[in-house]
Design a protein around this ligand. Structure first.
Ligand code: XMP
Length: 321
C-alpha cells in the first residue's frame, strides 16, 4: 500500500486530529492498546492522539533502555503527568546492553535494538496487559530511508514485508505515517503539547547507541551522555534542526599535564534541515566551538580530541550509525 504524503503546507491540523482519533478508535474497537513514549515529538503526538481516542483503553510506557539522555525518562514522564497522562517507566537497561554486547556493525546494532524493543520488552508488556494493538509514531522519512536501504529505522515493518502480527503477536497502528517532521510539529502544537515537546529536536529511536561508533557499552554511553549534556548547554538556543555529540571508536594520541594520553574522540554535528531528507552543517562560530571543545576535553574523562563535522547530507547521513 503506498502512503499518500500530507505536506506541512497542505496539513489541516484540526481535520487531521479529528480523522486520526476516529481512525484509532475504530481500529482498536473494544480492545486495548499500548504505546511507548520517548518524549520525542512523534511519540508524544501519538501518545496524546491515542489518549484522546482511547482514554483508559491506552496504556503508555516509557522504556528506559539505558540509552537516553541524562534524566530524560523522569523529565518526560513529569511533562505528561502534568497533562493528565500517566506513563509507567519500564527499566529495560540490562536487556538492551546485553543485546548490544560486542556488536560493531551499525545495521546489526539497529536490529538488536529493534528485536529487544519489539519482541522482548513489548512482547512481554503486550502479554501482561492483554493489549492487541501497539500505537507508534512512524513518519514518512523513517519509511523512505528504510525502504531505500539507507538506514533501517527501528520502527518500520510493513513496508519491509514484515507482518508485526505474525512476528511480534500484535497489530501496529501508525497515525503519523503521512507526515514528515515539520507536519508532526504542527499537529503537536495543535494538540496543546508544550513547546519543549513540539519544538523538541529529533532524537533517534536507537538513542545514544546511534552516537557511539562500534560496540555499545554502558561506559561509552555514559561518556557520550556527558558530552551531550555539555553540547546542549553550549549550543543552547541554536537555531538548528538537530545537534549531536558522537563518540568515536578509535583512540588518538593526546597529551595532558605534560604526559601522553591515548584518548577518546568526540565528534560534534550541528545540522540545518527542514525535513531531514537533506541537511547542511551549521556555520557555528569558532568561539563557540572552541569553548565547547575546551569544556568537553576538561569535563569528559579521557577525551583528548573534539572535531566538528562539515560534510552535507548526502553523502553523509545525520546520525553516524
Ligand atoms: P539520518 O541519520 O538517517 O537521520 O540522516 C535522519 C533523521 O532521522 C533520525 N533517525 C531516526 N529516528 N529511528 C528514528 O525514530 C531511527 O532509527 C532513526 N535513525 C535516525 C535522525 O536523528 C535524524 O533526525
Amino acid at each position: 500500500m503506498s502512503i499518500v504524503e500530507i505536506t506541512a503546507n497542505d496539513l489541516d491540523v484540526e481535520k487531521f486530529i479529528k480523522d486520526k482519533t476516529a481512525d484509532i478508535s475504530k481500529a482498536v474497537g473494544n480492545d486495548t492498546a499500548i504505546n511507548a513514549l520517548s518524549g520525542g515529538v512523534d511519540s508524544s503526538t501519538v501518545t496524546l492522539l491515542g489518549h484522546m481516542a482511547l482514554d483508559k483503553k491506552l496504556k503508555t510506557y516509557f522504556i528506559d533502555n539505558g540509552l537516553m539522555r541524562k534524566d530524560e525518562p523522569q523529565e518526560v514522564v513529569s511533562i505528561f503527568s502534568k497533562m493528565g497522562v500517566n506513563v509507567e517507566i519500564i527499566d529495560a537497561r540490562q536487556e538492551f546492553f546485553a543485546a548490544l554486547k560486542d556488536i560493531d556493525d551499525p545495521e546489526k546494532k539497529r536490529e538488536a535494538i529493534t528485536q529487544t524493543f519489539y519482541k522482548k520488552v513489548f512482547g512481554r508488556l503486550v502479554k501482561e496487559s492483554g493489549a492487541k494493538h501497539l500505537l507508534q509514531g512512524t513518519i514518512l522519512t523513517d519509511v523512505d530511508e528504510t525502504v531505500a536501504g539507507i538506514k533501517r529505522q527501528h520502527n518500520v515493518f510493513e513496508q519491509l514485508g514484515i507482518d508485526p502480527q505474525e512476528t511480534f503477536g500484535y497489530k501496529i497502528i501508525e497515525p503519523l505515517l503521512q507526515l514528515r517532521k515539520d507536519g508532526v510539529r504542527k499537529v503537536a502544537e495543535g494538540l496543546g503539547l508544550p513547546e519543549v515537546i513540539f519544538n523538541r529536536p529529533p532524537f533517534p529511536g536507537p538513542a545514544l547507541a546511534a552516537r557511539v561508533i562500534g560496540a555499545v557499552t554502558p561506559e561509552d554511553v555514559e561518556l557520550v551522555r556527558q558530552a551531550t549534556v555539555i553540547m546542549e548547554e553550549v549550543f543552547g538556543d541554536m537555531d538548528s534542526f538537530q545537534n549531536m555529540a558522537i563518540l568515536h571508536k578509535d583512540r588518538v594520541t593526546g597529551m595532558r599535564n605534560g604526559k601522553r594520553e591515548f584518548g577518546r574522540q568526540i565528534e560534534i554535528r550541528c545540522w540545518e534541515s527542514t525535513d531531514a531528507r537533506t541537511a547542511t552543517p551549521m556555520r557555528v562560530d569558532y568561539k563557540t566551538l572552541f569553548y565547547l571543545a575546551d569544556r568537553i576535553t576538561k569535563e569528559v574523562r579521557g577525551v583528548v580530541s573534539v572535531t566538528y563535522h562539515i560534510a552535507e547530507k548526502p553523502p553523509s547521513t545525520m546520525e553516524v550509525v
